[in-house]
Design a protein around this ligand. Structure first.
Ligand SMILES: NC(=O)c1ccc[n+]([C@@H]2O[C@H](COP(=O)([O-])OP(=O)(O)OC[C@H]3O[C@@H](n4cnc5c(N)ncnc54)[C@H](O)[C@@H]3O)[C@@H](O)[C@H]2O)c1
Length: 342
């Protein structure tokens, strides 16, 4: 088994070396996905590729536009050109819930609404819920794969590009490809040094530094947190099953509000700190999005196994051995300075 990774300082820290948690059986090729020689070297004698490489900060993608487009879009294009010369049995690409923008909604009389959104003016008035243009409130529904993407950030655009680049090239050249649209992933070894991603890691870093988690809006926004162990199982299923050419949601089927998540994290870490609800908003954040997992069940035989309680205990057990830097304020200052915080 081989992994290609440049070991980005933002994710792995300065002077990063081979991560100690990486299984001994994994050969690490340290290189950039945009460097063809490194990619070709990583693909030698390989039959299956799981493409996870990306820059992953939604907020950061709105000002490091060239970097995000280069690593995510061009990096995927280079990987695909290398695969044309080196046929494999299966390509699995990590896509993201972020491509949906707002999730699926319905009106009080059951009409499904695909293109819901919130205006900046409404957010400035602290009217957080999604409504129709006429002001009728909408009820969130589980989001299925057929919902039309609504790309609200450069990151989301690049994830949709990654997914479609792989599926289109796969169809054209007979490379069986599956895109997995991950919802909010958490678990041991996730990046704690990156203040732009992973709300649970950000909450955990704050709690470990004896600071309350800070929640945007009113904390009632709904998300689906899925354990990295379930993500790994989904990747294996996507390799093993005879399916290709599809994009599939992967989540936990146990959606919660962000406020509940902050409280559960404080409980798991044994730090009884009430979350701070700051009433600010981040431009581009969605109100509610959680997955319909029917296709994952039918096409992959996927069923989440790790409960949120168990997943948080796994995360807490790992975090107790870590020093988690709290970069939350830096991130807030950076987003505010760029007008992306309301
Ligand atoms: N974590 C989530 O909640 C989540 C949700 C949806 C989708 N995803 C997707 O899952 C994948 C993994 O995400 P993650 O949360 O583990 O992020 P991560 O930042 O921890 O991992 C990304 C890895 O890519 C590497 N990398 C970055 N630029 C590179 C380059 N130019 N060349 C080679 N390697 C490079 C980084 O060093 C890092 O190890 C990404 O594609 C992400 O978009 C993650």
């Amino acid at each position: 088994m081989r992994a290609l990774d440049v070991l980005c300082p933002q994710v792995h820290g300065p002077d990063a070396k081979r991560p100690p948690y990486l299984n001994d059986d994994v050969e690490l090729v340290r290189g950039d996905i945009r460097d063809r020689a490194s990619v070709e070297r990583a693909l030698e004698r390989v039959s299956f590729v799981v493409h996870l490489t990306a820059l992953v900060g939604v907020g950061q993608s709105m000002y490091q536009i060239a970097d995000y487009t280069s690593v995510n879009n061009e990096g995927t294009a280079i990987l695909l050109e290398c695969l044309l010369k080196k046929p494999i049995k299966k390509l699995v690409v990590a896509s993201s819930m972020s491509i949906y923008g707002e999730g699926l909604y319905e009106t009080a009389n059951g009409k499904v609404v695909e293109r819901a959104s919130r205006s900046i003016e409404q957010l400035r008035r602290h009217e957080w819920e999604v409504c129709t243009r006429e002001g009728e409130s909408l009820r969130p529904l589980p989001t299925p794969e057929w919902k039309t993407p609504n790309l609200a950030s450069i990151y989301a655009l690049s994830k949709f590009d990654q997914e479609q680049l792989c599926l289109i090239t796969g169809r054209a050249y007979n490379i069986p490809a599956v895109a997995l649209r991950f919802f909010n992933v958490y678990g041991p070894h996730q990046a704690l040094s990156n203040p732009y991603t992973g709300v649970l890691a950000i909450f955990a870093s704050r709690l470990l530094n004896n600071q309350p988690p800070v929640i945007f809006e009113d904390g009632n926004q709904i998300r689906d947190f899925v354990s990295v162990y379930d993500i790994a199982r989904a990747c294996r299923l996507a390799i093993q099953k005879e399916v290709s050419g599809i994009a599939v949601n992967i989540g936990s089927a146990d959606p919660h509000t962000i406020k509940e998540i902050a409280e559960l994290a404080a409980d798991a870490l044994n730090t009884p700190l009430e979350p701070e609800i700051c009433g600010k908003f981040r431009v581009g954040d969605v109100r509610h999005c959680y997955p319909d997992l029917s296709l994952a069940r039918e096409a992959l035989g996927y069923a989440p196994r790790v409960t949120l309680r168990q997943g948080l205990l796994d995360l807490a057990a790992w975090l107790e051995r870590e020093t988690a830097p709290d970069h939350f304020r830096e991130m807030q200052v950076e987003l505010a300075g760029r007008g992306l915080l309301g």
